[in-house]
Design a protein around this ligand. Structure first.
Ligand code: UT7
Length: 325
């Protein structure tokens, strides 16, 4: 019996050219390369150029994903852009991407789930594609967190970077076997009791300012591994797999220690874990598609591989998506 699946056709990414190293940061705030590397695994991050916007970076990542998929932009009828750093309060940055691609049909909208945005985007688009409403979609994560950081707060400004990543998904009929390609299962969670542990202290309806990112790092860390591993186990179970079946674990890139502890708890060996946090820092909703693009480009992720993606972020929001590439 055939089943309907959202199949990944290709992925692409974009990183701004400016690289900010830990040693440069140590001249800006009271920190050190050693502290940042030991606590987070981050060595450097990319920072958007002055005037370079989230939608411009998203458009570049989208074009790269379309080229990798070998398809024309005109065949895309849905664009979902996950971001917490939109160009403007409205319209959605996704419509700028749509216009940039010359698309005048279908729909484009932004989705806001902070660092979990890309996972939430994949799950949302999977549902919309499977409903029959759309045929081919771009799911993009793009962020300019450098614009909402307090550059005097050493506890947060060393952690984040800018960048964008995108995947193209197409709805297909698959044979209904273990070899089926596409998204196999997805689980999304949130718990607003934790909203003050990671937030931005501004917004149109509260302060009428953009605000700065604030975080109780230790509290977030404490919850992260438990939430991540729980939601991954649910996602594996829903698709009839175990952690031993995973070919590639592509986690949200917030902190190397969170990634290592989560993989260890699940019994996933380090050589199956894709990490980019050292070079990108935490790029929020962009981190997973950036990591996917690296691992596809260097030949690790191949067609037919079982890929587990997960993220956790402000809200808290968290979730996981299991896909056969
Ligand atoms: O993507 C969304 C999800 N976000 C996350 O996953 C982030 C989760 N949290 C973390 O990754 C970690 O908690 C941090 C990397 C943010 C912090 O690491 P930590 O091991 O939890 O350190 P801490 O916050 O407990 O701070 C330890 C010490 C403190 O000094 P005292 O109080 O022990 O004297 C901080 O003031 O390190 C100090 N500190 C720094 N020192 C040098 C904090 N930031 C810095 C810094 N450089 N940049």
């Amino acid at each position: 019996m055939t089943v309907t699946r959202s199949v990944v056709l290709g992925c692409g990414s974009y990183l701004p050219s400016r690289v900010l190293t830990n040693s440069e940061l140590s001249k800006m705030v009271d920190t050190s390369d050693e502290w940042i590397r030991q606590r987070t695994g981050i060595r450097e991050r990319h920072i958007a150029a002055e005037g370079e916007t989230t939608s411009e970076m998203a458009l570049k990542a989208a074009r790269a994903a379309l080229a990798a998929a070998g398809i024309d932009a005109q065949s895309i009828d849905l664009i979902v852009l996950a971001t917490s750093t939109p160009d403007n309060t409205f319209p959605a940055s996704a419509v700028s991407v749509q216009a940039g691609l010359g698309i005048t049909h279908g729909a484009a909208f932004d989705l806001q789930a902070v660092c979990s945005g890309f996972v939430f985007g994949l799950a949302t688009v999977d549902g919309l594609l499977k409903s029959g409403a759309f045929k081919r979609a771009l799911v993009i994560g793009s962020e300019t967190f450098s614009r909402i950081l307090d550059w005097n707060d050493r506890a947060t400004c060393v952690l984040f970077g800018d960048g964008a990543g995108a995947v193209v998904l197409e709805v297909r009929s698959e044979p209904g076997t273990r070899e089926d390609r596409g998204i196999l299962s997805a689980s999304l969670r949130s718990d607003g009791r934790h909203k003050s542990k990671l937030y931005v202290d501004g917004g149109p309806s509260s302060t009428q300012t953009v605000g700065h990112l604030r975080m109780e790092g230790r509290a977030v860390f404490k919850h992260a591994v438990v939430m991540i591993t729980d939601v991954i186990e649910d996602t594996l179970k829903a698709a009839g797999y175990t952690a031993a079946d995973i070919d590639w674990f592509v986690p949200h890139q917030a902190n190397q220690r969170i990634i290592d502890d989560s993989a260890k708890k699940l019994g996933i060996p380090p050589d199956k874990v894709i990490t980019t946090v050292a070079k990108h820092g935490n790029t929020s909703a962009a981190s997973i598609p950036l990591a996917l693009t690296c691992a596809v480009a260097d030949g690790r992720i191949n067609r037919g591989d079982l890929v587990m993606m997960e993220a956790m972020g402000g809200g808290f929001t968290w979730g996981a998506v299991l896909a056969r590439w």
